[in-house]
Design a protein around this ligand. Structure first.
Ligand code: G1P
Length: 296
């Protein structure tokens, strides 16, 4: 249904200060989640939803990202010579995944600014934005549904997750109205990281968006908001209100498994949960976890 949408934009220019000192010399997107860098999960998610053209918006210190999605001839030759096909496959898995493109953000002026840097590459077609801190479990696909809704409604689509009201200050929060589909709501307002009392609901925007290209013009007119940064949330707020021009904004309510690798504790939980689900590591890890928990 969504043959038209092939482009994914992945903002990856952040400094990763929440993970210092691990991120002093290494991009936070390269932190391993079990045995793959977090960013590889995100690119794999894009590709499995049909988004085979990926633009990463990067910054200084991010060369490891480009290297990870490129060939490593020496390593390949060594593994080939050893006949280690399993490892060779793992090494090559990230190489041919997608058509990778890179642009630097330049000034670190916020998520809205990073997305605007994709304008030249994206052109005049709808596209997806995937934030690297959010991992969506591949068993609970979200992006495909969002792409279908974008086409069906000719609107911009955000992913919404119901969170504990105590957590809403960490997210963009959406004011919503129901539609005739229980999984889809119309977004009537958005606030970036409101205090609990000011949040219009406990629907949090999570890091998946399918946007109409109108967003670029709106971003150009969007003044710096929270934190002095150009906020994607603010541009989407404009689009949610100006339905005539842009088709408005709808939210797909996600009820599946999501892991927040941008937060230390949540990152640790993600690694444990994903490892516990794996056939190779799961059985041993699960029995150890039970033993360990008893001793706590
Ligand atoms: C960004 C967005 C926010 C959204 C969040 C999802 O914030 O600005 O609206 O809810 O991603 O992860 P960040 O977490 O990058 O500060």
């Amino acid at each position: 249904m969504h043959e038209r949408i092939t482009k994914a934009v992945i903002p990856a220019a952040g400094l990763g200060t929440r993970f210092l000192p691990a991120t002093k010399a290494m991009p936070k997107e390269m932190l391993p989640v079990v045995d793959k860098p977090a960013i590889q999960y995100v690119v794999e998610e894009a590709v499995s939803a049909g988004l085979v053209d990926v633009l990463m918006v990067t910054g200084r210190n991010k060369n490891a990202l480009e290297n990870h999605f490129d060939r490593v001839a020496e390593l390949e030759a060594t593994l080939k010579a050893k006949g280690d096909d399993a490892k060779l496959m793992q090494v090559n898995a990230s190489t041919g995944l997608a058509a990778m493109h890179y642009v630097r953000q330049g000034d670190p002026m916020g998520l809205g600014h990073a997305v605007h840097r994709a304008r030249m590459h994206v052109g005049n077609e709808p596209f997806a934005v995937l934030l690297g801190d959010d991992l969506i479990d591949e068993r609970d696909p979200l992006l495909r549904r969002m792409l279908d809704e974008q086409v069906a409604r000719d609107a911009s689509i955000v992913a919404l997750l119901e969170v504990d009201p105590d957590q809403i200050h960490l997210y963009g929060a959406a004011a919503v109205e129901p539609t005739d589909d229980p999984d889809v709501v119309r977004v009537t307002g958005l606030v970036e990281k409101p205090v609990r009392e000011a949040a219009p609901s406990n629907y949090a925007v999570i890091g998946r968006y399918v946007l109409k290209p109108d967003v670029f013009d709106v971003l150009e007119r969007t003044a710096p908001g929270r934190g002095g940064e150009i906020q994607l949330t603010d541009a989407l707020m404009t689009m949610a209100k100006d339905v005539s021009g842009t088709g408005g904004v709808y939210g797909v309510v996600f009820r599946g498994r999501r892991y927040d690798t941008g937060d230390k504790l949540e990152y640790i939980k993600a690694v444990v949960q994903l490892a516990a689900d794996r056939d190779d590591l799961g059985p041993d890890l699960r029995s150890w976890l039970v033993e360990y928990a008893v001793g706590l």
